[in-house]
Write a protein that binds this ligand. Structure first.
Ligand code: CDP
Ligand code: MG
Length: 682
């Protein structure tokens, strides 16, 4: 309790409450760890705002939403899920009593489809706005309209850990900014003289060096992902064992990343026992989303894993890139929360000054916008064409056009750019539009149950455990297993077969283990499938299940073909390269190590396929492919040839005829049991 009172933000309680009372939008800036995420909601709760509605706090990351809700429930001494709850995709822990709700920005965006003006809420806190996630940016735009449009009672608070508050304030017509000065102790920056050949080894080296030489205080190491973290944990453990006993403090080595089980994750929030030093090896989640107390030494290799989408090629890349200078400063700041600290930058100062970007490129400028544009189309904002929506930083025009094209291809919007009835149903599903469309097509084709399984399996990250072997060997190990191979129709059908076999084995965990399947992913898929089934539940579909077993995978493939109309590829006539169909055709490959497809007697793969992902690494690879028939592809190609982007964007000159969703229509949506499921699930 005492510690909490001392958090910087609580010393500004009066000023914050006062600003919020007087203005509908307020920006709050405070150093990471100053208490924005955990305290602001409680401050406004104490000020009485929960009497008029919920306080919603958005988080760009699922892991942060869960962890912080748990913390606040504990601080308020209530049951998690009761007065304080959270809601993330595929998991809702709230109840009728919930007053403070932590939710991902994606969840709030979906709620907006049913509750356009966020009437359930008295306050919305857009937290971690500095992260500039795609969904937060869209919410900024929507909340700006709401704040302008009604004599609104809704209070909006934007929080940021960096000093870009001015930018948010300007965007909201000069709304007030409350600055909460953090108590940051000086952090000494130590640069490497050169770029290390392996930053993992260099990080381990530095951590051990600090551990042996420096006085107590925890060490926080920033890496780019789970794989790296696991590798470094092992290396650190080995090195620590080699240290002479009693020569230094004991070391506790802990991971921190998004896919940790909650109990394991909770351990990093417990302080080190006496005579112990914790070495926490974390992803970017520790940069601003989660604050670990007790850190005095930060080791920053200067990298982050970033997803980039190229709208011209439709290509995604997940690559390790340099962090920005703002991020480097944030990371260093983690060392100075409790006393003066040190930050070891594993790169030279010249690299920091010359090679690092000043700030991170906002996600809206490097993501596919298909889902976001569909949301905006759903809201059918009066007098807005998508290309001119008031974004805080506009996305690339190519990205918007790419999204419009994709939405048109899957019939989510019509030639006039208006959302179709189908499009509305797709938007309501907590899935990317391609998969949403697949489910709806599957419903028509009588294979919904199978499509649900495939959608669930695709939602889980890695189904197959990766052995230590690489490349060809890995493929062999996948073939060696006694698992179905998809009958040469590709990954989707294989996923379906695997899931069904697992079901036949009573969802046995041992069965997964003996088949080298990732148990966590499989259980996740099972849970997602259950929830999707709830959402789409129609009595009819359960009855159909017996009939569906008899059906071949053909209907499923056909349904997928409609959902993935913009992700088709055709094999080259004489070799196994594929070219993608669409705007700008690319030459791409099946990933030889991971595709279950086999060549025919001429040594060739099937001619037409669809793909879930086009990833650029050393080359352009298709991930998760499914064989489709030419006769399904032809009508799609014809349709794609006649696209008028101007009219798709909503610039067709019918603005005056545009009507908002009528009240009646809204009610119809709200009272539809399926939609309500969607709301309670996501
Ligand atoms: O949002 P901001 O970075 O300003 O701070 P916060 O996340 O509200 O953190 C305030 C304090 O709560 C810090 O001292 C955190 O270590 C602590 N905290 C915690 O112990 N467990 C959590 N799950 C979240 C925060
Ligand atoms: Mg925070």
């Amino acid at each position: 309790m005492e510690g909490r009172k001392l958090l910087p933000i609580n010393q500004y309680e009066e000023q914050i409450v006062d600003a919020v009372a007087k203005h509908s939008v307020v920006v709050v800036i405070g150093e990471t760890g100053s208490g924005k995420t955990t305290q602001l909601s409680q401050i406004l709760h104490r000020a009485g705002y929960t009497k008029k509605g919920m306080i919603g706090v958005t988080q760009p990351r699922r892991v942060a939403a869960v962890s912080v809700a748990r913390r606040v429930a504990w601080e308020m001494d209530v049951q998690l899920g009761d007065e304080v709850g959270y809601s993330i995709r595929f998991e809702d822990r709230t109840s009728k009593n919930t007053l403070i709700k932590y939710l991902t920005d994606g969840c709030l965006l979906r709620e907006c489809l049913f509750d356009y003006e966020f009437k359930q809420y008295s306050v919305i806190i857009l937290d971690e706005a500095h992260e500039r996630s795609l969904n937060t940016d869209i919410l900024l735009g929507l909340l700006k309209r709401i704040a302008q449009n009604r004599d609104t009672e809704l209070k909006v608070i934007i929080t940021s850990a960096t000093l870009d508050g001015q930018k948010f304030s300007e965007y909201f017509h000069g709304c007030p900014v409350v600055n909460v000065p953090g108590k940051l102790y000086p952090v000494q920056l130590l640069y490497s003289t050169e770029v290390p050949s392996s930053y993992l080894e260099s990080a381990v080296e530095t951590a051990i060096d600090v551990h042996v030489r420096e006085p107590e205080g925890d060490i926080l190491v920033f890496l780019t992902g789970q794989d790296e973290i696991e590798k470094v944990l092992k290396m650190l453990e080995e090195r620590v064992l080699m240290l002479e006993e009693g020569s230094c403090l004991d070391a506790i080595i802990l991971p921190l990343h998004a896919s940790l089980a909650p109990e394991v994750q909770a351990r990093v929030f417990q302080p080190a026992p006496p005579n112990c030093r914790r070495i926490i090896v974390a992803t970017n989640v520790a940069e601003t989303s989660l604050t670990v107390d007790g850190v005095v030494y930060v080791i920053d290799p200067g990298f982050v894993k970033q997803r980039n989408y190229n709208p011209n090629t439709g290509m995604d890349s997940l690559s390790v890139v340099r962090i920005s200078r703002v991020q480097a400063t944030q990371r260093a700041g983690r060392a100075g929360r409790t006393r003066p600290g040190k930050c070891y930058r594993l790169y030279p100062m010249s690299a920091f000054e010359e090679e690092f970007l000043p700030a991170t490129v906002p996600e809206i400028q490097r993501s596919s916008l298909t889902g976001a544009v569909l949301h905006l189309k759903f809201l059918d904002l009066p007098n807005v064409d998508i290309l001119h929506f008031d974004f805080i930083d506009p996305p690339l025009r190519e990205s918007l056009e790419d999204a419009l094209r994709q939405l048109f291809a899957i019939d989510a919007i019509g030639p006039d750019g208006k959302i179709t009835a189908l499009g509305k149903r797709i938007a309501e599903l907590p899935l990317e539009p391609a998969l949403g469309r697949t489910l709806l097509a599957a419903e028509d084709l009588g294979c919904l149950s199978q499509a649900l399984t495939v959608a669930a399996m695709l939602s889980a990250e890695t189904i197959f455990m990766q052995g230590p072997k690489k490349g060809e060997d890995r493929k062999r190990s996948r073939e060696d297993q006694q698992l179905p191979n998809g009958n040469n129709y590709g990954d989707h059908v294989q996923y379906l077969q695997i899931y069904e076999l697992w079901k036949k084995n009573n969802f046995d965990i041992k069965w997964c283990r003996s088949n080298n399947l990732n148990i966590r992913s499989m259980l996740f898929a099972k849970d997602v499938r259950r929830q999707l089934a709830l959402i789409t539940s129609r009595k009819k579909f359960e009855d159909d299940e017996a009939m569906q077993k008899i059906k071949s995978a053909r209907s499923l493939r056909k349904a997928l073909c409609q959902g993935y109309a913009c992700r088709l590829a055709q094999r080259m006539p004489k070799h196994n390269g594929y070219h993608t169909v669409g705007n700008k055709s690319q030459l791409v490959q099946l990933h030889p190590a991971t595709s279950p497809l086999q060549v025919d007697e001429d040594g060739l793969y099937p001619e037409w396929i669809l793909y879930h992902e086009l990833m650029a690494s050393s080359r352009a690879f298709l991930r998760h492919v499914c064989v489709v028939e030419k006769e399904w592809v032809v009508p799609i190609l014809e349709k794609l040839q006649n696209i008028n982007i101007r009219s798709l964007s909503g610039l067709s000159g019918h603005e005056s005829q545009k009507e908002k969703i009528s009240e009646g229509e809204k009610k119809a949506i709200a009272s539809n049991p399926i939609d309500q499921e969607a709301r309670s699930v996501d």
